[in-house]
Design a protein around this ligand. Structure first.
Ligand SMILES: *Cc1c(COP(=O)(O)O)cnc(C)c1O
Length: 360
């Protein structure tokens, strides 16, 4: 059987060899006679797996030793609450940069716990650009500065942190962690839901500067307390064992691809091909400012909007799955995470060309 190419934003494509390995190990994981999803996550075997996963992730991202790595259950959106609960501390105000639907939702959620100052919003430009840092209205004494490094729905990415930021940076990297090199020390906290670029749903990862811990609001639910989870080595509650197992495999896979630097080169090439084809066509277009186009999620439109449904249907029949844009924005979107082979992008490109010829 040949697998179709899955361009879905999440749950998203995983490398085929990981799926094969998971199948092979399902009845007898590491000679335990059990599957990884049946074994106690307080067992030595599972503890070793978590240690391996953490060590590999630290290695890949060069995470400094004063950062804690947490493997938490639940969605990325749980962190929309965890971030204010853990970091607002005595300050009560946080700065948010609104660059798309995910950062806007995070800001909305944070308002339940304190004052949210929107430093700037891309909403007026329909989230096609990041407002220039000179226009940001920063607070003098914000507890933290929040941004979403890659807006998965709008296809807007921020890769450089401007110097004007005057508070610890918290970033939602759900759809871009492991896609390009980052300097973890520039951030106070990075979090990511696993189901985009890392593993199956059910797991989220947080990388937190120790200096920011220990200051959670008293109303913080224990499972949402980063400090407590760090103290308990992410085992306060039963954790998402299958997703952690797959994430551990993914980290080894990333290493085999030449690490994040190796994948970055391929990711850049995949994205460039796609944007070039869109820009050079008079059939398709993309409205995001070039400096902030996402490398992982490429939204695009067809000038004749009526053709979008047909495109999605015909692409699906041709084995190119889940190209429909998010319901909030419409159009089309190709998510091209680490696990999307370059051949998948090439197949999409020839389909797009053929479709434009037939319908143009
Ligand atoms: C998908 C996504 C989310 C939401 O993820 P859940 O796990 O469903 O909460 C949040 N932020 C970004 C950037 C995303 O891509």
């Amino acid at each position: 059987m040949t697998r179709p190419y899955n361009f879905g934003a999440g749950p998203a494509v995983l490398p085929e060899e990981l799926l094969t390995q998971a199948c092979e190990e399902m009845f007898n994981w590491r000679e335990s006679g059990m599957s990884v999803v049946e074994i106690s996550n307080r067992s030595k075997l599972f503890g070793d797996l978590m240690d391996e996963a953490e060590a590999d992730l630290r290695d890949l991202l060069k995470i400094p030793s004063n950062y804690r790595v947490l493997f938490l259950p639940g969605p990325a959106r749980a962190h929309f609450s965890m971030v204010p609960l853990n970091f607002l501390g005595g300050k009560n105000t946080a700065d948010y940069l609104d660059t798309g639907i995910w950062s806007a939702m995070a800001a909305e959620e944070a308002k339940r716990y304190g004052n949210v100052n929107i430093v700037a919003s891309g909403k007026n430009s329909e989230y096609t650009d990041v407002p220039s840092p000179e226009t940001w209205q920063l607070s003098d004494d914000a507890a933290y500065f929040y941004l979403c490094s890659n807006e998965t729905i709008n296809g807007v990415e921020i890769t450089q942190l401007p110097d004007v930021i005057n508070a610890p940076v918290v970033s939602d990297m759900t759809s871009c962690l492991l896609s390009r090199p980052i300097d973890v020390s520039q951030y106070g906290c990075i979090f990511a839901g696993a189901q985009k670029n890392i593993a199956p749903a059910g797991l989220s990862i947080a990388i937190v500067d120790e200096a920011l811990l220990g200051n959670a609001l008293p109303i913080t639910p224990s499972v949402f307390d980063y400090q407590l989870q760090a103290d308990k080595k992410s085992l306060f509650n039963t954790n998402a064992s299958f997703s952690i197992y797959m994430a551990a495999m993914m980290f080894k896979w990333v290493k085999k691809q030449g690490g994040i630097e190796g994948l970055f080169t391929i990711n850049q090439r995949k994205a460039e091909k796609l944007y070039d084809a869109i820009d050079s066509s008079d059939f398709y277009y993309n409205t995001v400012a070039k400096a902030h186009r996402s490398m992982m999620n490429v939204p695009f439109l067809i000038r004749n909007e009526d053709l979008v449904e047909t495109f999605v249907r015909e692409a699906d029949a041709a084995g190119l799955k889940a190209l429909k844009g998010h319901r909030y924005v419409g159009g089309l979107r190709a998510s091209i995470y680490n696990a999307m082979p370059e051949a998948g992008v090439d197949a999409l490109l020839s389909f797009m060309q053929d479709f434009a010829q037939r319908h143009g």
